[in-house]
Design a protein around this ligand. Structure first.
Ligand SMILES: [Zn+2]
Length: 410
């Protein structure tokens, strides 16, 4: 295999972190007309850089193809909306934001977050590359620019549109050119301003065996040490951090201009860097044993499902998240195990999951069909979903989810 260069530091990257075989793009839901056509599969293999320890995917397909027709609407998850509302309230208070301030969000989706600043009369601007979701934001009255973010976009906005608070939630992993993106944040941040970003924490991926959060749309997987190094290279400093339960365990990092002496590094930031150093996140060996744990988990998932099927139980899925597609395709699960899955998002209903070709139906089907087991694919939302579907217990139905072993929930 020829060496690929690190997305962050440019060094040659060859060490394999996890090899999940080949898989279609996790968000390429198939309409009925495409279900019998050829379907592109790409290697799904995460590498780790021996210099900066960025875990990353090799590039097989252009980012614009990966993100075309991106069907994710943030507003379909009620717990995520609640998380966003609390965040907006905290930030308005912590930073004293008001009518004089400017809040900019990168990858603002359908305006699910900025609406909470807008309601409180804080001026906002969203930057969102997907025109279909940006249109929904505009309908809510959220000013939104349809653009990919980077140094060029930031330069046209800096000055009048510079940000007191610059937000990037669940976008960093999707950025193909990390250096251009972070350089743009430096340009768009006002002196004295604050950046906050949320992204899944690599420590949770490793410790909780969340290999199914690896998919082609996620180019990079960050420890706090590596992301701190990335910002430092562009004159920014991460001065605070919180560990959040969202998406199976995320970090919310707080950044400022490197010379902003009013924002010393917090105890939490110092402690997490030390914890990661102690856990070996700056040693290549720490990353090299991970693949064997992924393989062991695949065997456990298969044993569990084979056992259910040998008892003649009928299994339905719930949800159609990207992580579900990684699991189904890596484990080779199709309609021989899972009859169908259900999703609240009407844009996904009537389509088929990529690779596995499991049909996506409306959630109402469950009460009519009465499956024995409902396999919750977005395991990070399992409590919310199990509460919504509590009625399956009327016919003795059970829930199953990865925790990280796949098992029946109590
Ligand atoms: Zn590197």
């Amino acid at each position: 295999m020829s060496a690929t260069s690190c997305r962050l530091c440019g060094c040659a990257v060859e060490a394999v972190f996890a090899d999940l075989g080949t898989s279609p793009l996790a968000n390429s839901y198939l309409p009925p007309t495409a279900v019998n056509a050829m379907e592109p599969f790409y290697p799904l293999r995460a590498l780790v850089c021996g210099e900066c320890f960025l875990v990353q995917l090799e590039e097989f397909e252009t980012p614009s193809r990966i993100f075309s027709d991106y069907a994710y609407f943030s507003s379909y998850s009620s717990s995520w909306i609640e998380h966003s509302r609390r965040y907006a309230e905290q930030m308005i208070e912590r930073l004293g934001l008001g009518a004089h301030s400017h809040v900019v969000e990168i990858a603002s989706n359908d305006g699910y977050l900025l609406q909470f600043f807008h309601e409180r009369q804080v001026p906002v601007l969203g930057i969102e590359p997907a025109a279909n979701v940006a249109r929904v934001a505009l309908q809510k009255g959220i000013p939104t620019l349809v653009e990919f973010f980077g140094r060029d976009t930031a330069s046209t906005l800096a000055g009048e549109s510079a940000a007191d608070l610059l937000i990037g939630n669940n976008v960093l992993a999707h950025v193909p050119d990390l250096n251009d993106f972070i350089a743009g944040m430096k340009v768009l941040l006002k002196p004295g301003g604050v950046i906050t970003m949320e992204f899944p924490h690599l420590m949770r991926l490793i410790d909780d065996n969340q290999w199914d959060t690896i998919y082609h749309e996620h180019f990079s997987y960050f420890s706090f040490l590596t992301v701190s190094r990335a910002f430092q290279a562009h004159g920014l400093r991460l001065f605070d951090v919180q560990e959040l339960p969202t998406h199976g365990g995320s970090l919310r990092v707080y950044g400022c201009h490197a010379d902003d002496s009013a924002k010393p590094d917090s105890d939490a930031a110092l402690a997490l860097r030390q914890r990661e150093r102690d856990a070996g996140y700056e040693q290549l060996d720490t990353y090299l044993g991970y693949g064997r744990r992924v393989e062991a988990n695949k065997r456990q998932i298969l044993s569990f499902l084979i056992d259910l099927k040998q008892r003649d139980l009928r299994i339905a899925g719930y949800g159609a998240p990207a992580k579900g597609n990684t699991m189904l395709n890596y484990c080779g699960l199709r309609r021989d195990f899972i009859d169908y899955t259900c999703d609240l998002n009407p844009n996904k209903q009537g389509h088929f999951l990529p690779g596995s070709h499991i049909p996506i139906l409306a959630p109402e089907v469950i009460s009519k069909d009465q499956p024995d087991v409902v396999l919750i694919l977005p395991w990070n939302l399992k409590d919310e979903i199990a509460a919504q579907l509590d009625f399956i217990r009327e016919w003795g139905g059970r829930f199953a989810a990865r925790t990280p072993e796949l098992q029946l929930l109590p």
